[in-house]
Design a protein around this ligand. Structure first.
Ligand SMILES: [Mg+2]
Length: 346
């Protein structure tokens, strides 16, 4: 952990909030040295990913700080899970604007501590600085997997079934709830959707279990249609998905029953952090057993097909006819749009 410029009381902060989070990993040296030392493990690949979150773009400025911290960890662990890797270590770079008080920092630190414990990981370093811009948090996560066994986007084969963990669209609908754009639901459904936006559940147990079963995998962060398109382009294939087979929560079904147009948010919204993967037919039985074992819904909702030169993803509506869907892409609430195909490692 290096000293930043003019960061709020940095050394005290690091000692109080961050150093205990390094306790599980001796190579972090208690965050007292210039860098951390990670012993190489023969037979394993280290899997690395990084995601940044900017206040007003990726989270609401008044979101609870502990939930911001936990979401920051979880979106990164979701990327590791999508590659089949087990999470191990994290590094944090935080740029704080003026006015971030000790109370905010303490609650942020509590959120980090909660998920470091929950996921059995350690914070091994990072940096804190001050910024004239918005609060910006960047986390690097490192995981491990047996060498050469990682799940890639590029492995999908024509004929594969397309599966998703959990349920789709809750987070995009939850953001609408929090912004007052989706009203009239029961308090229970509204709370469920809002919580799915604020605190995703990275599928860290499922991901490693998909190694050997799935041909290709990724997590859904920018919206199902866009992310499935990434798999299709990387694999040189197309996909046909069926709206009537999409795994939806009870709350999302209630929302759609009130307003069918919300289907666009379900298909092309974002922040789901569920695992999207393709498997051969013979893997289906093992996946149903795995779903029972983990107590986690896993559902098929489409097929990989040969590339046809058109848009890679074809969406079939409940009436059996092809639907025209927007270009996909998660439009963040500030109007910001992810660059290109969503960065290096969305
Ligand atoms: Mg991803």
């Amino acid at each position: 952990m290096s000293a930043g410029d003019n960061a709020p009381d940095e050394f005290g902060l690091i000692a109080q909030l961050f150093a205990p989070l390094a306790a599980g990993f001796p190579g972090a040296l208690g965050l007292t040295d210039d860098a951390a030392f990670i012993p190489a493990e023969p037979g394993f690949d280290t899997v690395a990913t990084m995601d940044a979150m900017v206040a007003g773009v990726h989270f609401l400025p008044d979101d609870p700080p502990d939930l911001v911290a936990r979401k920051l960890i979880r979106v990164n662990l979701s990327d590791l899970a999508a590659k089949g890797a087990e999470p191990r270590l994290i590094m944090l770079a935080a740029a704080f604007p003026q006015g971030v008080g000790q109370d905010w920092l303490r609650r942020f630190g509590q959120g980090l501590a909660e998920d470091v414990a929950a996921f059995g990981i350690a914070l091994i370093g990072g940096d804190t600085v001050s910024t004239p811009g918005p609060l910006t948090l960047t986390l690097t996560a490192l995981g491990r997997i047996a060498a050469g066994r990682g799940l890639l986007r590029s492995g999908a084969k024509a004929g594969d079934q397309i599966w998703l963990s959990g349920s789709l669209g809750d987070s995009a609908l939850g953001l609408k709830v929090l912004q007052g754009e989706l009203t009239g639901l029961s308090a229970g459904h509204s709370d469920f959707l809002a919580n799915r936006y604020r605190l995703p559940s990275p599928r860290v147990t499922l991901g490693p279990r998909l190694v050997g079963l799935a041909h290709a995998g990724m997590d859904v962060s920018d919206g199902l249609v866009q992310d499935l398109g990434h798999i299709c382009r990387a694999s040189g294939v197309g996909a046909v998905i069926h709206v009537s087979d999409l795994p939806l929560s009870e709350a999302a079904r209630a929302a759609l029953a009130r307003d069918q147009s919300l289907l666009a948010s379900v298909l092309a919204g974002g922040d789901d952090y569920e695992l999207l993967f393709t498997v051969p037919d013979q893997a289906a039985a093992a996946l149903r057993d795995l779903s029972d074992e983990l107590g986690l819904a896993l559902a098929p909702f489409g097929r990989i097909v040969a590339a046809n030169g058109k848009a890679p993803v074809t969406v079939i509506g409940a009436d059996g006819r092809e639907m025209a869907v927007g270009k996909g892409g998660w439009r963040h609430f500030s109007g910001h749009r992810e660059q290109g195909d969503g960065g290096w490692s969305d």
